[in-house]
Design a protein around this ligand. Structure first.
Ligand code: AKG
Ligand code: FE2
Length: 292
C-alpha cells in the first residue's frame, strides 16, 4: 500500500480514531482504502476536514458506498440536514436517541454513516457508540457457541431489547411496521471478515425458531453484556469534522438535546448514510479479496 499523507491518533475513550491533515477531495484510491481500513479497525473515525463543500462531501461519500436516503436538498439530495433549531428531542421522546444500527430493519443495512458538523453546541449533542465486535470477543466461549448461527428477526418499532431511556424510533414515510427481515446475530464484516454481534437492539424483535420469551431474554442478556463501560464511547462534535461509523460492528444513539436558543446551543449536521461495499475494495473475487 502506498504511503498515506494523513496523520492519525486515538480518540479519547476505549475505541475510535481521528485523522487530520486529510485533503479529502484529492485522496488516491490507496488513501481511501487506508482510511476505511482505519475506520473498520477502530469502529468510529473523526476526520478533521477544516471545512468541506457539500459537493466534495458527497463526492467523498460516493467513493465509499451508495447513498441511501434521498432528502429534499435540491442540489445534494444525498445529504439530510439534522438540527435542533425548532426541535426539542428531550421532550419529544421520539427519534434517533435510541440504540440502533442504521437500516437494520431492511435487508441491506447501512454500511457507513457520516455526520459533518456545520454548527455544534458548546455542550450536549454527542453521538454515543457501542463496539459490538469487542463485545463479541469478550463473551464467554459457551455463549459464543450458543449464539453463533442464530438468526434475528428485525422489524421497525421499539425493540424487545430496548435500552433504558431509549426514544421511540420514527419509521420512514409509509413504512409497513409488520415488514420483517432476518439478519445473523453473529456476522463477519463484509470487507474485513471481523466477527461481530449485529444489531442486538434497535429493531431486534425475536429469534428464528426460538420461543419469544427465550429470545427476548437472550437479546436482553447480550445487551446487558454489550452496553457497559469497556464497549461504550461518545463523540462531541466540532465544526467541520466528519464523524464516520461502521454500522456492521457498532450501534449508536443520539443524545437528547433541547431546542436551540442561541448560537452556543445550536446543532446543525449534514448526514449521509451509505450501503454497499466501497468500490475501492472490489478486487474481483468477492468480499475480503482486497485485504489479502
Ligand atoms: O444525531 C446523532 O448524533 C445520531 C443520529 C443518528 O442516529 C444517525 O444519524 O444515524
Ligand atoms: Fe442512526
Amino acid at each position: 500500500m502506498a504511503r498515506t499523507r494523513f496523520h492519525s491518533a486515538p480518540l479519547p475513550g476505549p475505541f475510535g480514531v481521528e485523522v487530520s491533515r486529510v485533503d479529502l477531495p484529492r485522496l488516491s484510491d490507496d488513501d481511501v482504502r487506508a482510511l476505511l481500513l482505519m475506520l473498520y479497525a477502530n469502529r468510529i473515525m473523526v476526520v478533521r476536514t477544516g471545512g468541506l463543500s457539500k459537493s466534495d462531501y458527497v463526492a467523498f461519500a460516493r467513493r465509499i458506498g451508495e447513498p441511501i436516503t434521498l432528502s429534499d436538498d435540491v442540489d445534494h439530495p444525498e445529504i439530510a440536514e439534522m438540527t435542533n433549531i425548532g426541535v426539542d428531542s428531550r421532550t419529544q421522546g421520539r427519534g434517533a436517541a435510541h440504540w440502533h444500527s442504521d437500516q437494520s430493519f431492511r435487508k441491506a443495512g447501512a454500511s457507513v454513516t457520516m455526520l459533518y458538523s456545520v454548527r455544534s453546541p458548546m455542550e450536549g449533542g454527542e453521538t454515543r457508540f457501542c463496539d459490538l465486535a469487542a463485545a463479541w470477543e469478550a463473551l464467554p466461549s459457551d455463549m459464543k457457541a450458543r449464539i453463533d448461527g442464530l438468526q434475528v428477526e428485525h422489524r421497525h418499532g421499539v425493540s424487545v431489547a430496548a435500552r433504558p431511556g431509549d426514544h421511540v424510533p420514527i419509521p420512514p414515510p409509509n413504512w409497513d411496521q409488520r415488514h420483517t427481515v432476518v439478519h445473523p446475530l453473529v456476522r463477519q464484516h463484509p470487507v474485513t471478515g471481523q466477527t461481530s454481534l449485529y444489531a442486538i437492539t434497535g429493531t431486534s424483535q425475536g429469534i428464528k425458531d426460538m420461543p419469544q420469551d427465550e429470545a427476548t431474554a437472550l437479546l436482553n442478556e447480550l445487551c446487558e453484556h454489550a452496553f457497559r463501560e469497556p464497549f461504550l464511547n461518545q463523540h462531541a462534535h466540532s465544526v467541520h469534522d466528519i464523524l464516520m461509523w461502521d454500522n456492521p460492528t457498532t450501534m449508536h444513539s443520539a443524545s437528547p438535546i433541547g431546542a436551540a436558543t442561541c448560537d452556543a446551543d445550536t446543532r446543525v449536521i449534514r448526514r449521509i448514510s451509505l450501503k454497499g461495499y466501497p468500490p475501492v475494495f472490489h478486487g474481483g473475487s468477492g468480499p475480503h479479496s482486497a485485504l489479502r
